[in-house]
Design a binder for this molecule. Structure first.
Ligand code: ZN
Length: 1091
C-alpha cells in the first residue's frame, strides 16, 4: 500500500521559505495542497498564512492494542470489552520513576548537568548539559514518548549566496570514517524503521535529525549521523557531485553545469513563490547573514571553491559549535555515552558563529526584481509583499505569543480583517506572504498579493498600511479575539505535528532562542504566557491596538518588495549560464577539453561503481527477527446509526473528538464532478443564509479546532483471485472536523448550517473563492510538476485516476478558468449546478462517518448529537433525471504529453497499469520499486544526472505504476533510465543480507508512525476501499518473504512498462521541444490553456 493519508492539519513547520533539505520526502511531497501521488488532497493548508508554529504537538499513541469489533447499535451495547488507551498525561513522578537521579553541577559521562526542570507543558523532564572538554551543549528531554528524536545542530551563518551550508548538508552524508560507502544516508533510507530521516539548512543553522520508535534502530541512526557530521569523507569529488561541476561527454558536445544542489536551487528559483519568499526575507537584512540565500543562488553556486567549502566545514562543524538534542523514552546514560564516544577526541575551539543583529532603519525601503512568469498573459502577473523586521526572538514570551495571536487575527482565516481587505480590494488573485516568521534571530512579518496588474502593485503598500492604521484605531471585536485565542489554545492542547515527529518540532522551537544563546526552555513553556495573555486581553482592551502601533505603524524597518514579470528573464538567466560556460570553454585548450571528457567519465564511473559489500555491511541495520511479523492493528468498531455507516477508532485523544464524514460521489452526474472541490471550499467560505462568512469563520474558530474538506479517490481492493483487473472506483468527498468533546454539539450545528443553509446566491464572494482557488492550483504546477505528471498518467489508465484529475489536475484548472469566465454570463446555470450538487451530497445514502476518540466520550458526547444531526439529513438521494454518472462518461486517452511551464528544470514521468499488462502486483512489487528508487534511480538520475530526486511507485489497488523525477535537468535521458530499469533489475544479484535490509525498509514504510487522528483516517480510508486486515497481513507476508528472484522477475514486468507505458513530462518549452527533437513524440501544450 502506498497511499499517503497522514496529512490532516499538520502545520507546515518550519517555514518552507527558509529551509532546504537533502531530499524531498514523500511526506513533504504529500503534504502540499496538490498531492496527487497519494490520490489524497488537502485543499488550502491553513499554514500558508498562519505561521503560529511549533507548539502544536500530540500525545504519543501506544501500540499493541487489541482489536475489538462489534456490530449493532452502540447505545444498546454495554460498554465493556473494548481496550482503549490509558490516559497519557504523565505526571512528573511517573516520568522520574524511570530515569536516573542527577545532581545539578555534577559530571556524568563527561557532561556537566547545568540545569534540570520538569516542564508540564510537554510532560517532560529536561536536563541541560555542557560537555566539559569541548563545550558542546546538550538538551536531554526525558519522557514517555516512544517516537524518539535526536538532532545535531550547527550554527552555520553563511557570508554569501554560494550555498556552502546547503551543499555541506548534502555532502557530509556522502560517506564517513566508520561508514566509507558512497551514501550511508541512502543505506539508512533503505534499511531502517526510521519515522524521520532528513537534514535541513536554515538561514542560520544546519540540522541533522532522526527519529525512530525502535530503540536499536534509533541508536543505529544516531551513530551513522554522528560519524557523518564529525568524520565525513569530504573530497573535491563530493563537492562536484553535490555542488557544481562542468560536464562534457564528447569533443563537440555541449558543456553543461551540473550538481545536485545546483539543480535543486534552479528548481527553487523557478518557483515565483520561493523567489518572493527569499527576497522578502533578504531585503530586510542587508547587514547580516539573513541578507544572503543560505540554500545557494544558482548564479553564485559555481563560485564556491573547494578551499572555501573546506574552511566552512572546519570552522563550524566542531563540537564547540554544536547543540545536541535527545527526546523520548530511551535511557539517558545511552545518550551521554554515545555522544562522549564521538566528542572525546576533540579539544575546545573558539568559534565565532553568532548571528549579528540587524540595526533598525529610520526609513522604509523599496525593492523591485524581475522574475520568469513565462511569456504570455503577463498583465496580471505582478506580485508584491510588505515586510517588517519586528522584535528580537528573545523578547518576553507573553509578548511573542501576543504577536502570534495578532498574526492569526490579521490573516488566520479568510475572514480575518487584513486578509479580507486584501481579497476584497480585487487588486490581486491570491494573498501571499508568510505572516509572522519566528525562525530568525529577529522576527519578521510578511504580507502581500500575487496575480496583480502593475497598478495594483502601486496601490498595495498603502492599502496594507491603511488597514494597519484602521486596526490600530478600531482594534478587533471580542468575537474575533475569542476565535483566534481558541484556535491557538486548541493547537497548544492538541499538540498535533502530523507526520512530523513531535520531538523534532520541539527541538526547532527550542532552537529559536537556544541558537542565539538564550534560554532554550522558554519556547517550550506556553501555558503561563497563554494565561497571562488572556488576563492582559481581558483587562486591557487596547493592548492589541498598541501592539500594532508599535510593530507596524511606528516601525520604520519596512521593506516593500515587488516582483515584476519579465518575459526575457528566463533567457537572460540562460544567457548568463551560457556565458559562464563559454568563458570556461575559452580557458581550455585541446588538452583541457580531453581532460574534461576524461574527468566527466571518471566521475560518472565512480558514481555508479558498487560499494564494497564488506563496507556496506558495516552500516548497522535491523534483522527480520527484530521486527513484528504481524501487521499492526488499528482498533476499529463498525456499526451504524440512523441507517448510516459508522466507524469508531477508540483511542485516547486528550478530550478531542476527530470527526470525518465521507460522502460517496461515484453516482454523481458527470457535469458536476469538477465542481466538488470548489463546492467544498464554498461550504466553509461562502457563509449561510443566516450568517455571513466572517461570522461563520469566527464561529468555527471559537467553537472548534478547525473544519476542512478534501476529495479522496482510489480503487476498491479486490483479492487477486477475483480476476485480472482493479476493483471498482472509490470516490469520496470528505468533511473533517475536530472539537473538544464538550463542544461536540457546536461542531454538528456548524455542519448542519453549512450543508443546509449555504448561501449559494452570493456571487461576488463565490468569485473571490474561485479566483483564489484557480490561482492556488495554477501556482502549484511549476513547483510540483511531478504531481501533475503522475496525475495525468493515472488519468490515462484508471477510473479513480481520471476522476482525481478532473478534481485536482490540469483538467480541474481548466474547469476553474472557464468557470471564472462564465460566472456572469451563465450565473443561473452555475448556481443551479451547485445547488444540484448540494442536494446530491445531502443524503445519508452513501455516507460513512468516522469518529476517533475514547469510547466513553463517544458514547456520552458524540452519539446523542450525531444522532440528532443525522436525523435531519434526508435518508435517500433525490432522484436525478436524465443524467449520466461520470463513471459512464470517462474518456481515457493514452498519449505522451509535454506540459509547458515557466521553469528551468523538468519533471519527468512514465507510467503504465500492471493489471492491463497482465500482471498482479503484490508486496514484492512494492519492494522492487523501493529498491530501484534508492539504488538505481538515485544513482543514475540524482547522483549522475544532477536531478534533485527520482522514484518509482506502484499502487497495489489500482495496479498503477509510475516513475517520476523531480527538478530534473534532463527529459530524454531520464526516460531512457526508466526503460533500462528493466534490465538493471533482471540482473539483480542481491545477497540475502541486502534483501533483508530492503525488507526492513519497506516494513518501516508500512508501519509509519501515526497520531490518533491519522489512525482514524486510515481506518476510514481502508474501510471505504475494502482493505481488510487479512489483505494487509498478506502483503506484509509477501514483503517479508521476498527474494532476489522476485526482483529479477519484476524486471520483465518493467520491460513491458518500458514498451507500453505513457510519458508525461512537465518543463520549459525549450527542453520539451529538444526532447521531441531527440525522438520523443510528446504532445505539447500549456497547462493554463485549453487545447
Ligand atoms: Zn538540498
Amino acid at each position: 500500500m502506498t497511499l499517503c493519508f497522514r496529512v490532516a492539519w499538520s502545520f507546515s513547520y518550519p517555514s518552507q521559505l527558509t529551509r532546504h533539505s537533502i531530499f524531498a520526502t514523500r511526506n513533504a511531497i504529500c503534504q502540499s495542497k496538490w498531492s496527487k501521488l497519494g490520490y489524497y488532497r488537502t485543499h488550502r493548508p491553513l499554514s500558508r498564512l498562519s505561521s503560529f508554529s511549533g507548539l502544536q504537538l500530540n500525545s504519543p499513541p501506544k501500540t499493541g492494542l487489541k482489536l475489538s469489533s462489534s456490530q449493532g447499535d452502540w447505545l444498546r451495547r454495554h460498554i465493556t470489552a473494548v481496550v482503549t488507551e490509558k490516559s497519557q498525561k504523565f505526571t512528573e513522578e511517573a516520568i522520574r520513576e524511570n530515569i536516573p537521579k542527577r545532581v545539578v553541577g555534577e559530571v556524568y559521562h563527561s557532561f556537566q548537568l547545568v540545569e534540570e526542570e520538569y516542564v508540564p507543558d510537554i510532560d517532560s523532564v529536561i536536563r541541560k548539559y555542557v560537555h566539559t572538554k569541548t563545550g558542546a551543549q546538550l538538551m536531554s528531554v526525558l519522557n514517555k514518548e516512544e517516537n524518539k528524536t535526536f538532532g545535531v545542530v550547527f550554527r552555520t551563518p553563511p557570508a554569501n549566496s554560494r550555498g556552502t551550508p546547503h551543499i555541506l548538508e548534502h555532502s557530509v552524508l556522502c560517506g564517513s570514517r566508520k561508514y566509507p560507502v558512497k551514501e550511508p544516508f541512502v543505506e539508512l533510507m533503505k534499511s531502517s524503521l526510521n519515522t524521520f530521516l532528513n537534514a535541513f539548512t536554515f538561514p542560520d543553522k544546519t540540522c541533522y535529525p532522526v527519529a525512530s520508535c525502535n530503540l536499536k534502530d534509533f541508536y543505529n541512526l544516531v551513530d551513522v549521523y554522528l560519524d557523518a557530521v564529525f568524520y565525513p569523507n569530504l573530497t573535491p569529488d563530493v563537492l562536484k557531485q553535490e555542488g557544481h561541476h562542468f560536464e562534457l561527454y564528447e569533443e563537440n558536445g555541449p558543456i553543461t553545469i551540473q550538481g545536485v544542489v545546483y539543480n535543486e536551487m534552479k528548481g527553487v528559483f523557478s518557483n515565483p513563490d520561493s523567489v518572493m519568499g527569499s527576497w522578502s526575507q533578504r531585503c530586510l537584512f542587508p547587514e547580516n547573514t539573513y541578507g544572503v540565500e543560505s540554500g545557494g543562488d544558482p548564479k553564485e553556486i559555481p563560485d564556491l571553491t573547494w578551499s572555501e567549502f573546506q574552511d566552512f566545514y572546519r570552522k563550524l562543524y566542531h563540537p564547540s559549535n554544536t547543540r545536541f538534542w535527545f527526546y523520548g523514552d530511551d535511557p539517558e546514560d545511552m545518550r551521554l555515552q554515545k555522544l562522549q564516544e564521538y566528542l572525546k577526541d576533540f579539544e575546545k575551539l573558539s568559534v565565532d558563529s553568532k548571528v549579528k543583529l540587524q540595526s533598525r532603519w529610520t526609513q522604509p525601503r523599496h525593492f523591485t526584481f524581475g522574475y520568469d512568469a513565462g511569456s504570455e498573459k503577463l498583465e496580471k502577473k505582478h506580485m508584491a509583499t510588505v515586510n517588517w523586521m519586528l522584535t528580537d526572538v528573545t523578547e518576553d514570551p507573553t509578548k511573542l505569543l501576543a504577536l502570534s495571536v495578532l498574526d492569526h487575527l490579521l490573516t488566520g482565516t479568510s475572514a480575518s480583517p487584513l486578509r479580507k481587505t486584501l481579497t476584497d480590494s480585487g487588486l490581486g488573485e491570491e494573498v501571499i506572504g508568510s505572516g509572522m516568521e519566528t525562525d530568525l534571530r529577529q522576527l519578521t512579518y510578511s504580507i502581500g498579493l500575487k496575480g496583480m496588474a502593475k497598478e495594483g502593485c502601486e496601490k498595495l503598500e498603502n492599502l496594507v498600511l491603511d488597514t494597519f492604521k484602521r486596526l490600530s484605531q478600531d482594534g478587533f471585536s471580542q468575537g474575533e479575539i475569542e476565535a483566534s485565542l481558541n484556535t491557538i489554545e486548541f493547537m497548544l492542547k492538541e499538540q498535533n505535528t502530523g507526520s512530523f515527529p513531535k520531538g523534532l518540532a520541539l527541538m526547532l522551537r527550542s532552537l529559536t532562542t537556544w541558537l542565539h544563546d538564550s534560554d532554550p526552555l522558554v519556547p517550550l513553556k506556553f501555558d503561563v504566557p497563554l494565561q497571562q495573555l488572556k488576563e492582559i486581553l481581558r483587562k486591557d482592551t487596547k493592548y492589541l491596538n498598541r501592539l500594532i502601533d508599535e510593530h507596524f505603524i511606528r516601525n520604520t524597518h519596512r521593506a516593500y518588495v515587488s516582483l515584476v514579470p519579465d518575459p526575457e528573464f528566463g533567457s537572460k538567466q540562460a544567457e548568463k549560464e551560457r556565458k559562464r560556460i563559454e568563458d570556461f570553454q575559452k580557458s581550455l585548450d585541446k588538452n583541457g577539453i580531453q581532460q574534461l571528457i576524461q574527468e566527466t567519465k571518471r566521475l560518472k564511473e565512480k558514481q555508479i561503481a558498487p560499494d564494497d559489500p564488506a563496507q556496506l555491511a558495516k552500516i548497522p541495520a535491523l534483522k527480520k527477527s527484530d521486527i513484528d511479523q504481524k501487521a499492526p492493528v488499528i482498533p476499529r468498531q463498525v456499526t451504524s446509526l440512523e441507517e448510516t455507516q459508522l466507524l469508531l477508532t477508540p483511542l485516547f485523544t486528550n478530550g478531542i473528538v476527530y470527526f470525518d464524514m465521507a460522502m460517496d460521489i461515484r453516482q454523481l452526474p458527470a457535469h458536476l464532478l469538477s465542481y466538488v472541490p470548489i463546492f467544498g471550499e464554498c461550504l466553509l467560505e461562502l457563509g449561510t443564509t443566516k450568517e455571513d462568512f466572517v461570522s461563520l469563520q469566527q464561529r468555527i474558530g471559537r467553537e472548534t479546532g478547525g473544519i476542512r474538506q478534501s476529495v479522496y479517490c482510489s480503487q476498491m481492493d479486490v483479492p487477486n483471485s477475483v480476476g485480472g483487473g482493479y476493483g471498482p472506483a472509490v470516490a469520496q468527498f470528505i468533511i473533517r472536523g475536530k472539537v473538544m468533546s464538550d463542544k461536540t454539539g457546536s461542531l454538528f450545528d456548524i455542519l448542519r448550517d453549512v450543508l443546509f443553509d449555504i448561501d449559494l446566491s452570493n456571487k461576488e464572494r463565490l468569485r473571490q473563492i474561485l479566483i483564489e482557488e484557480k490561482s492556488g492550483v495554477e501556482s502549484s504546477i511549476s513547483p510540483s510538476g511531478h504531481r501533475v505528471a503522475a496525475s495525468r498518467l493515472n488519468a490515462q489508465y484508471t477510473t479513480s485516476g481520471w476522476a482525481d484529475e478532473q478534481m485536482g489536475g490540469i483538467s480541474y484548472l481548466r474547469f476553474l478558468s472557464r468557470l471564472v469566465q462564465r460566472l456572469d454570463s451563465e450565473w443561473e446555470s452555475i448556481r443551479s449546478d451547485l445547488e444540484a450538487l448540494r442536494s446530491f451530497l445531502l443524503s445519508r445514502a452513501g455516507m460513512t462517518i468516522q469518529v476517533t476518540t475514547d469510547e466513553r466520550t463517544f458514547e456520552s458526547s458524540v452519539i446523542p448529537c450525531l444522532r440528532q444531526f443525522l436525523q435531519q439529513i434526508p435518508k435517500d438521494r433525490q432522484a436525478l433525471k436524465d443524467v449520466v454518472p461520470w463513471e459512464q462518461r470517462i474518456e481515457k486517452q493514452k498519449r505522451n504529453e509535454g506540459i509547458i511551464v515557466p521553469s528551468t528544470v523538468n519533471y519527468v514521468g512514465k507510467g503504465a497499469n500492471l493489471f492491463e499488462l497482465g500482471y498482479q502486483p503484490n508486496g514484492a512489487s512494492v519492494l522492487a520499486m523501493k529498491y530501484l528508487g534508492i539504488s538505481y534511480l538515485w544513482e543514475r538520475i540524482r547522483v549522475q544526472g544532477g536531478a534533485y530526486g527520482a522514484f518509482g511507485k506502484v499502487d497495489l489497488r489500482s495496479g498503477q505504476l509510475v516513475f517520476l523525477s523531480y527538478r530534473d535537468p534532463h527529459v530524454k535521458k531520464t526516460l531512457d533510465t526508466y526503460d533500462d530499469a528493466a534490465s538493471f533489475l533482471s540482473q539483480a544479484q542481491l545477497s540475502s543480507d541486502e534483501i533483508e535490509r530492503c525488507i526492513i525498509g519497506v516494513i518501516g514504510d508500512m508501519d509509519s508512525y501515526q497520531l490518533p487522528d491519522a489512525k482514524g483516517f486510515t481506518n476510514l480510508i481502508r474501510y471505504l476501499g475494502g482493505v481488510t486486515q487479512e489483505r494487509i497481513q498478506e502483503r506484509r507476508d509477501q514483503v517479508l518473504s521476498c527474494t532476489n528472484k522476485d526482483l529479477v522477475d519484476f524486471g520483465s514486468v518493467l520491460g513491458s512498462v518500458a514498451s507500453n507505458g505513457s510519458i508525461v513530462a512537465v518543463g520549459s518549452e525549450q527542453s520539451l521541444q529538444q526532447a521531441n527533437a531527440q525522438g520523443l513524440d510528446l504532445h505539447l501544450f500549456r497547462a493554463t490553456e485549453d487545447e
